[in-house]
Ligand binder design. Structure first.
Ligand code: ADP
Ligand code: ADP
Length: 228
């Protein structure tokens, strides 16, 4: 069975229909890339996936269970790592503290153990030497890699990426995409909203094309990108 199943998902903002009956599925170990024009509903689907927002119709099934309403979704949300466009790190905490804080406060991991785990994750994202740096001392690409490490520290079953490179200087985009590619190679299940078509083509296992709140096409990258 899929890790995540979307069935005829409907999401409205007032009278505006942001998701108009979206069905899709995400299997274990897949990298599902959501592409399509700005405003077509991709980010909305991600925010509904970890129940940051409620849906008005259809359902989203995660690991066999229909998602609860946002108010009840904290335990489910914890099993999904979210990476935002603008990093959203704690500005007054070092890179190490940013990564360690989830395990410390949510999982109840002891300080030494949480910091050891955080350091290992910083190594994994190529920031071994930046543990003591504050977000303001890091480039956008470095901050985003800290944000990825922070999400991984919670040992999520799925990683959700919402345009993770859109706010970056072009020269730091590659380092973030490389970290994501390595995660994919390790078998992480990922949903990635992106405008990086090269990434979608090379790393994506399944591509879902949105337009005006609907899925207008989906398939393996070869199929989606090589049509006339
Ligand atoms: P159906 O409900 O008829 O399977 P879908 O549109 O969900 O309709 O799927 C159509 C085909 O695409 C099926 O063969 C399905 O297995 C495949 N498919 C759908 N989503 C994925 C995915 N995320 N990864 C791989 N194959 C998928
Ligand atoms: P995409 O990620 O494809 O660029 P979004 O999911 O961000 O698209 O947005 C889909 C549509 O929903 C857009 O027209 C956007 O303006 C609208 N929208 C998104 N969030 C809100 C909100 N909180 N209130 C009202 N409209 C919203």
């Amino acid at each position: 069975p899929p890790v995540i199943l979307y069935e005829e998902v409907v999401k409205r903002y007032g009278g505006f229909v942001a998701l108009n009956g979206v069905s899709a599925r995400v299997h274990q170990g897949e990298v599902v890339c959501l592409i399509g024009p700005s405003g077509s509903g991709k980010s909305t689907l991600l925010r509904c996936t970890n129940a940051l927002e409620a849906i008005e119709g259809g359902r989203i099934v995660f690991e066999g269970q229909t998602l609860p309403t946002p108010a009840l979704a904290a335990p489910v949300r914890r099993r999904m790592g979210m990476v935002f466009q603008n990093f959203e790190l704690f500005p007054h905490k070092s890179a190490l503290e940013n990564v360690a804080i989830g395990p410390r406060t949510v999982l109840g991991t002891a300080k030494a153990e949480a910091e050891e785990k955080a350091q290992a994750l910083l190594v994994k994202v190529g920031l071994a030497d930046k543990a003591a740096s504050y977000p303001s001392e890091l480039s956008g690409g470095q901050q985003q890699r800290v944000a990825i490490a922070r999400a991984l520290a919670m040992e999520p079953e799925v990683m959700l990426f919402d345009e993770p490179t859109s706010a970056l200087d072009p020269e730091t985009v590659g380092e973030v995409l490389n970290v994501m590619k390595r995660l994919a190679e390790e078998g992480m299940t990922m949903i990635v909203v992106t405008h990086e078509m090269t990434f979608a083509r090379r790393v994506g296992s399944w591509v879902v094309v949105f337009d005006k709140g609907r899925v207008v096409e989906e398939g393996v990258p070869k199929q989606v990108f090589e049509q006339p």
